[in-house]
Every structure is written in structure tokens, then in C-alpha cells.
Design a protein around this ligand. Structure first.
Ligand code: FAD
Length: 434
């Protein structure tokens, strides 16, 4: 008999709730990872996130085989077919995993549960990637919060560190309860039709110093270590959220902690309002007559709008898979408001490029920028792409990194006049929403 622990977006051994729970049984635990063809087939062959996931799986496998004579069994396929094969190859007592709240994942897990249950196998899943999930932080009448500040207050009120921040000591159970096996075959990126990306996920910094200074540094894209770069690590679970929250609340400055709560705020929005992946949270905003000019969209994507801070952001995204939050807000506002291009187009482009791409946060923030979402920027708040430079990059340090051609003749003129675009936006939005 074996227990399977299915790794998904929790790619670490320590303080991993589902893995820990699996290890508390008598039967040995065999870790599993599925390179899901239903997700991978839509991605470019050099996708940097696939390279990152692959590296993490190799790392975990190496740790498990070097220290414990175990490993991680890997497949490239559709989860249902993989589980059918696993049920033939192993006598499975139960399957363990952590909750995943995205619409695709919910559907996938529901199907796998049915398949396993039909074969008498329980599918046990746990909360791991957030402190509070689903209905755990709601208004007194049970309705979900759609405004951040009261949600954040209630989140903090509900937090009991002795319950919610306890880490599970997975590592000390590894030696006794892992399934021992001869080395398991490893899948290479090439086996799956992928190539190694030259874009790498950087390490993160969450030091006391960063948290203390964060409030003053977080808005300046040129500042080194002004933000944590935690995004992809939280996305793929290479770090535990409990550990990060503990660090955050150990410091006096709450700004960093509050950002981690924004992440959970958008996750619960997606949970309660899954239709907002494609539809505006405020339905009136789907009446906006987007111009959706393809040539303009291409210029925005390439960072050739003629607005240096917008271009710097887009070029940083294209080259590194990252863009600073300040600049994300600006490029998103520019796309929706200056160019009147549907937020869904921008959301899809970010989804393709961001290493920290997270459906809930991406949709939530894009809808915030477009004005159509929960707790969104009012539609008449239109960032001025020139004055934003004075506020956040006044020495042009950030711009000079990403737009070295700024002084050259080849650098484009602004693709649209700010004043005209602003008026056009106000008129179009007003017609739709008032
Ligand atoms: P830090 O500033 O160090 O913050 C720490 C962590 O807090 C982040 O890693 C993230 O998990 C969380 N966080 C911070 N700000 C936000 C926020 N506004 N919303 C939700 N969580 C937040 N963040 C994503 O994780 N994935 C996305 O796909 C994503 N898309 C975005 C799209 C737009 C248009 C905008 C304006 C913002 C988006 N963000 C997204 C939020 C934010 O820009 C990034 O989380 C942040 O820039 C990542 O850098 P960092 O890890 O250094 O963040």
C-alpha cells in the first residue's frame, strides 16, 4: 500500500500541509508531480515558468533521493490518464494534495476525486497556500467582502498565530515515512517538447530591513531590493506563506503584511466571483466601447508607445518576466484608458509573460486599473504617464536601464496625445457607465 502526495503549486518539502498530513499515516508516501499537458499545451516552448517548475522538481527529487532513498514520480500527461495508470501500477491507499482555487484546478480536482472515489480511494486535500480561504473571512452576515480595507481588518481580527501560523515539521517525518524506491526516471524539458528559458526566477529577500523600509521604497522602480520579489515563490509554493506572514507581523511596519493580504483578498474574490475571470465585476463596464486597435496593442506590448515609463515597464516585462508594481499600474491604466483597449487583452499578455502570474491577482489588478473591478480606481482617475516619471523615477534611473534609446532619433514620438486620450477616455467611459 502507498499514499500518494500530489505536488502542484506547493513545490517545497518543509511546512507543506498536505505533504505533512500524508506522512502521518502508516503506509509510505510516494510524492508525485504531473506536468499537465492540458496546461502546458497552451504555453510557448521556452516558457520560463516551466523551466522554473522543472528545476524545482529536480531539486526536490534530488533531496529525496540523496537523503532518503526516495524520489518524486513524474509524468507528462493529462491528470486523469495519469491517475488511471497509477492505480494500475500501485496499490494506493489514499491521495493527498493541497487546495487549489483556480477554476481549472477546481474542475480538475473534482474529476480526480470522482475517479479515485469510484475506485475506493479517498482524495484528501488541505489549505496550504493561504492563511484564510473560501468563506473564512466574510462579513458578519456571511457575505463576501468586496472592499479591501474592511476585509484586511477582519483578516487581522481573525488571525490567531497559535492556530494559523503554526508550521508543520515535515522534515522530521521524512526519514520514517517515505516510499523507498530505486531511482525514478526523470523527465527532461526536451522530453516534454520544452526548452530551457534564459529568463530565471530571482531569489527573494524578506529581511527585517526590507520590511521596515518597504513603505518608503516600494514605489520606486529603480530602487534595488525595494520590494521582496516573492511573487513567483508564492505562486509556485517554493516558500511557505505562514513563514512570510510571521516575518511580516514580527515588524512594526504593516505595509508589507497588508500587501500579502491583498493577495488573499483577490483570491477570495476569485473564489466567490469566478465569472470575473472574463467579465467585469461591475457589469456596466462591459458596455464600454473599446477601440481595440491591434497595431496600438502591438506597440504597447513591444514598449514602443513613446512614453518612456510605459515603455520601460513593458521592456522590463519582456526581458525579465517581471515588472515593478508602480509601473504595472501605469501600463495597465495606459492600455485601458489612453488606448481604450479591453483589460482582458492586457491581462492575457501579462499572463503569458509574468513569472509571478497569478490568475486572481492579475485579473483583480487589471480590473482595478480598468475601473471595472472590486474596490477599483474610479474611472476618471487617469494616470498621466509623464508626471508619473516626476513622482517615481525623477532621475530617470529606471527608464535609462530599459529605454537606452530614449535620446536617439529612432525612439518613437508619443503614440497618442495625453490630453486628447484623457478626454476620449472620459467620454467613452461616461457613456457606458453613467
Ligand atoms: P512585493 O511588493 O514585495 O509584495 C509582496 C507580495 O505581496 C507579492 O509578491 C504579492 O504576492 C503580494 N502583493 C503585492 N501587491 C499585490 C497586489 N496589488 N495584489 C495582489 N498581491 C499583491 N501580482 C501577482 O502576484 N501576480 C500577478 O499576476 C499580478 N498581476 C498584476 C497586474 C497588474 C496590472 C498590477 C497593477 C499588479 C499585479 N500584481 C500581480 C500585483 C503586484 O504588482 C505584484 O504582486 C508585485 O509587483 C510583485 O513583486 P514583489 O514580489 O516584489 O512584491
Amino acid at each position: 500500500k502507498v499514499m500518494l502526495f500530489w505536488f502542484r503549486r506547493d513545490l517545497r518539502l518543509d511546512d507543506n500541509v498536505g505533504f505533512y498530513q500524508a506522512l502521518q499515516n502508516n503506509a509510505p508516501v510516494l510524492p508525485l508531480f504531473i506536468f499537465d499537458t492540458e496546461i502546458l499545451e497552451n504555453l510557448p516552448k521556452t516558457d520560463a515558468r516551466v523551466t522554473f517548475i522543472h528545476e524545482q522538481i529536480q531539486k526536490i527529487n534530488h533531496q529525496l533521493s540523496a537523503s532518503y532513498g526516495s524520489g518524486i514520480v513524474q509524468f507528462h500527461g493529462a491528470p486523469k490518464a495519469v491517475f488511471k495508470k497509477l492505480m494500475k501500477d500501485y496499490d494506493i491507499e489514499a491521495v493527498y494534495a493541497n487546495h487549489d482555487y483556480e477554476p481549472y484546478a477546481k474542475k480538475r480536482d473534482a474529476q480526480i476525486k470522482v475517479l479515485l472515489n469510484e475506485n475506493g480511494i479517498p482524495f484528501n486535500t488541505f489549505k496550504d497556500q493561504v492563511i484564510f480561504e473560501k468563506e473564512e473571512v466574510v462579513k458578519d452576515d456571511g457575505d463576501p467582502y468586496v472592499v479591501y480595507t474592511p476585509y484586511m481588518r477582519k483578516w487581522k481580527e481573525n488571525l490567531d498565530p497559535s492556530v494559523h501560523l503554526v508550521e508543520c515539521d515535515t522534515l522530521s517525518d521524512l526519514s520514517k515515512n517515505l516510499y523507498r524506491t530505486k531511482s525514478l526516471p526523470q523527465l527532461s524539458l526536451e522530453d516534454m517538447g520544452f526548452e530551457e528559458s534564459s529568463i530565471k526566477v530571482p531569489d527573494f529577500t524578506v529581511s527585517s530591513e526590507l520590511i521596515q523600509k518597504y513603505k518608503d521604497t516600494r514605489d520606486y522602480p529603480a530602487k534595488e531590493k525595494g520590494t521582496s520579489r516573492l511573487g513567483p515563490h508564492l505562486r509556485f509554493g517554493t516558500v511557505s506563506i505562514r513563514r512570510m506572514i510571521k516575518k511580516a507581523i514580527g515588524e512594526k511596519n504593516e505595509t508589507f503584511w497588508n500587501e500579502l493580504i491583498w493577495r488573499e483578498f483577490f483570491m477570495q474574490i476569485l473564489w466567490h466571483f469566478p465569472h470575473t475571470v472574463n467579465a467585469s465585476f461591475r457589469p456596466k463596464y462591459d458596455r464600454i466601447e473599446w477601440r481595440n486597435n491591434q497595431d496600438e496593442f502591438e506597440k504597447w506590448k513591444a514598449g514602443e508607445t513613446g512614453y518612456p515609463l510605459v515603455d520601460a515597464g513593458m521592456r522590463e516585462l519582456n526581458e525579465t518576466g517581471y515588472m515593478h508594481n508602480r509601473v504595472r499600474m501605469l501600463v495597465a491604466s495606459f492600455l485601458c484608458k489612453h488606448l481604450l483597449i479591453d483589460w482582458r487583452w492586457g491581462e492575457a499578455y501579462f499572463a503569458e509573460k509574468l513569472l509571478d502570474y497569478e490568475l486572481a491577482s492579475n485579473v483583480g489588478n487589471w480590473q482595478w486599473a480598468a475601473g471595472s473591478g472590486v474596490d477599483a480606481a474610479p474611472y476618471f482617475r487617469i494616470f498621466n504617464p509623464t508626471t508619473q516619471i516626476k513622482k517615481f523615477d525623477k532621475d530617470k534611473k529606471y527608464i535609462n536601464i530599459w529605454v537606452p534609446d530614449l535620446q536617439e532619433l529612432s525612439y518613437p514620438e508619443p503614440m497618442v496625445d495625453h490630453k486628447m486620450a484623457r478626454e476620449r477616455c472620459l467620454k467613452t467611459y461616461k457613456e457606458a457607465v453613467s
